[in-house]
Design a protein around this ligand. Structure first.
Ligand SMILES: Cc1cc2ncn([C@H]3O[C@H](COP(=O)(O)O)[C@@H](O)[C@H]3O)c2cc1C
Ligand SMILES: O=C(O)c1cccnc1
Length: 701
């Protein structure tokens, strides 16, 4: 039996002392038949009892919280998120007076600073005093509790003196060369607000049309402006000519004028919060259209259109977070020590992104898993009738620690693109330029993955992790090139170990970005002419299969080229003698940048407890590498489909993953994963929507 799919076997009880697997009741258990993936479910009669995982794949219920020490949340401070573990939970305290990292007086602060400071004037006497605790807390509180408000405005008028204080606060903002480039146009007339509302509605529609379906559904539920609901609207403009041509600090950075005006907006916003006034910043405007509609001088830039009014309440969290549109990024993701990429919070050692990610990967949660099996039993259907999909829904529950699990929508496919030095060995009939050309095609919406993504409502995110050609900046393209293609693995290492790690980190960061942006499922995709050669080499190492068994026809090659490709794989393995116990070494020797990035996407997804649907042979190869780095990564992995490449079958068998779709696809790009997405979503939806025998009054047998 493949190792990992043995995870999903029948057991007596979902929680408590972990039961032994029932060898004779393999519901949904994936049993490979003579080394090939079965095309029909090998389902035994449905067991009456719950299904669960073997002990090693389970996390004891009491250990459901992260093991690593997480700073305790501070009451009334829901917003700060320092570490990834907190992404979905609560914040940590930065200003705990007991915390030696947060000194109270400047003397301590000096002691905490380890950086050598050169040429600093010798200080005499005490430094200027800080605010006292209550004052500082008030300042931090207003920043924490400022909200962008769209809902719950009241029509109560704003007294002049209140509005004046708010505008005065805005007017004290810092500005480039003290140019004070802002103006504030206070709009109260219903007619003007009506015409602004119309402009915004048009842009809202245009934006909605541009969204993937999975997102558009969510967006439809969102209120994006309160132009008509608020008694006062304020237009904040910037005059880029104010102060004359020699404005200090604007010489090389002309954008400093609008930045300054944006700081005035923030001041206004904070002061408004302190007055109990809600502010909503509407950015659904064509700026020039608004300038004309409001009759503003043409040389002004519009920085903000603000809706201001009293509110029923200030929500604890951003409205977009409450709506599941996005998540807050932890502070630890964004603070770098000395150089970009050396992430460390003050007082902490810089942490390694890969190590940190691996440390956060946990097995499926036993409690949620048990609840899922219980719920499956109570749903109005014969036990086990949803076959493999019951297993997936239980996996989603265990992964998210929630039953029913969140419906994995919206979803995004990350297509990692890279080129391959081994292309020089004549392993594919296609020229290398096709990689870059297909990237352009993905971005233009003309590839198969685009059609499938549109059909299932997923976002397409293209990442250049190693394309040979320089790619022009294009919306939707993430430029993350580690190097312009790997080296030829038959003559040396494809990548250095450092490059392989860098590409893994690209994948981790892609997972972080997509999950923080609100995606609830990630899909793997790739583009790289010759990458099936690297996939075959990786799979051979991790499955111990002979290159002849796992090297396939890729884009479609004749027997002669297949024989050459197989020999190329064999030669590379002989040259490097890769050691599967050193997965990053293997990846560096014979992998591709896109394989490494997929490894990172899998690890990143697992660390964020977000399901990752695997596509074809390159994803299978990458999953083998990821599993060798962190075995529990499989908790997040769902095999989307089975590709026609023989290596893919070997990889899935070794991983113990059973594919959801089996249609002889041999394309890549994420196409197989995209086709599987609705199946994964359906199973979660069933958990939410299907009635139980009790609730529907259906008699049980
Ligand atoms: C037009 C075209 C579109 C593709 N889309 C995905 N692939 C797929 O084929 C390539 C790997 O096959 P091999 O190892 O044989 O070169 C990868 O780019 C993979 O994504 C394509 C290949 C081509 C030619
Ligand atoms: O199935 C795949 O993943 C595949 C097959 C051929 C070429 N590229 C990818």
């Amino acid at each position: 039996m493949p190792e990992a799919q043995a995870r999903f076997v029948a057991a007596d009880a979902p929680a408590g002392p972990l039961p032994q697997p029932h060898a004779d009741q393999p519901l949904g258990q994936f049993v490979p038949v003579e080394g090939s993936v079965p095309t029909t479910p090998h389902l035994a009669p449905a067991p009456a009892q719950a299904l669960t995982l073997p002990p090693e794949a389970l996390e004891a219920p009491e250990a459901a919280e992260p093991v690593a020490a997480v700073p305790t949340p501070r009451e009334g401070d829901p917003e700060l998120v320092q570490h990834a573990e907190d992404l979905d939970t609560r914040a940590a305290d930065q200003e705990d007076p007991q915390d030696p990292q947060n000194p109270q007086d400047p003397q301590d602060q000096e002691e905490m600073s380890t950086a050598p400071v050169e040429d600093v004037r010798q200080s005499t006497g005490p430094a200027a005093p800080a605010y006292d605790d209550a004052e500082r807390e008030a300042v931090l509180k207003v920043m924490r509790e400022r909200r962008d408000i769209r809902n719950g405005f009241r029509s109560d008028p704003i007294p002049h003196e209140v509005l004046l204080r708010v505008l005065e606060a805005a007017h004290t903002a810092p500005s480039v060369g003290h140019s004070q480039p802002w103006d504030f146009v206070v709009i109260r007339s219903a007619e003007t607000r009506g015409s602004m509302h119309e402009l915004a509605m048009r842009q809202r529609d245009a934006y909605a049309k541009s969204l993937p379906k999975g997102r558009a559904k969510q967006f439809k539920e969102l209120k994006i402006e309160a132009i008509l609901d608020t008694p006062v609207n304020i237009v904040v403009t910037a005059d880029p000519t104010r102060g004359g041509r020699h404005t200090l600090g604007r010489h090389t950075q002309p954008q400093m004028a609008p930045y300054s005006a944006a700081l005035a907006v923030e001041n206004l916003w904070l002061a408004a919060r302190a007055e109990g006034l809600g502010v909503g910043w509407v950015s659904f405007f064509d700026e020039r259209e608004m300038v004309r509609a409001l009759g503003l001088p043409e040389h002004l830039e519009v920085i903000a259109y603000l809706c201001v009014g009293y509110v029923d309440e200030f929500p604890d969290e951003p409205e977009l977070m409450q709506a599941g549109w996005s998540k807050r990024r932890p502070l630890s993701w964004v603070v770098h020590e000395e150089t970009y990429g050396r992430r460390a919070l003050p007082g902490e050692e810089p942490h390694d992104l890969l190590g940190e990610t691996v440390a956060q990967i946990r097995p499926l949660d036993a409690k949620a898993l048990g609840e899922a099996w219980e719920r499956q039993k109570r749903m109005t259907k014969p036990a086990g009738a949803l076959g493999m999909l019951e297993i997936i829904s239980a996996q989603l529950s265990g992964l998210s620690r929630q039953c029913p699990p969140p419906i994995p929508e919206p979803a995004a496919v990350a297509i990692f693109a890279g080129d391959h030095g081994v292309h020089a060995q004549g392993v594919t009939p296609w020229p290398q330029e096709v990689t870059a050309q297909m990237v352009a095609n993905f971005l233009g919406g003309g590839a198969v993955c685009n059609a499938f993504a549109a059909q299932v409502g997923a976002e397409v995110c293209v990442v250049d992790v190693g394309v040979a050609a320089d790619l022009p900046a294009t919306p939707g393209l993430l430029p993350r090139k580690v190097r312009a293609g790997t080296s030829d693995m038959t003559t040396g290492s494809a990548m250095t170990r450092e490059e392989a790690k860098q590409a893994i980190e690209v994948g981790i960061e892609t997972a972080r970005d997509l999950v923080a942006a609100g995606n609830k499922a990630l899909l793997t995709g790739e583009m790289g002419i010759a990458n099936t050669t690297a996939s075959a080499a990786l799979i051979s190492v991790f499955t111990d299969a002979d290159p002849a068994e796992v090297t396939g026809r890729g884009t479609g090659i004749n027997d002669e080229t297949l024989a050459r490709k197989t020999e190329v794989v064999r030669r590379a393995l002989e040259l490097h003698q890769p050691d599967p116990a050193d997965p990053i070494g293997v990846l560096a020797a014979i992998g591709g940048f896109e394989h490494a990035a997929i490894v990172g996407l899998l690890l990143g997804g697992a660390s964020l407890r977000t399901p990752v649907i695997l596509d074809g042979v390159s994803a299978g190869a990458a999953a083998l590498v990821a599993r060798a780095i962190a075995p529990e990564v499989l908790a997040a992995c769902i095999a989307g489909h089975r590709s026609a490449e023989p290596g893919h079958v070997a990889a899935l068998n070794k991983l113990g993953l059973r594919p959801l779709v089996d249609l002889d696809l041999r394309l890549g790009e994420g196409t197989g994963a995209l086709l599987a997405l609705p199946l994964v979503q359906s199973t979660a939806r069933a958990m939410h929507e299907v009635a139980t025998f009790d609730s529907a009054g259906v008699t049980e047998k």
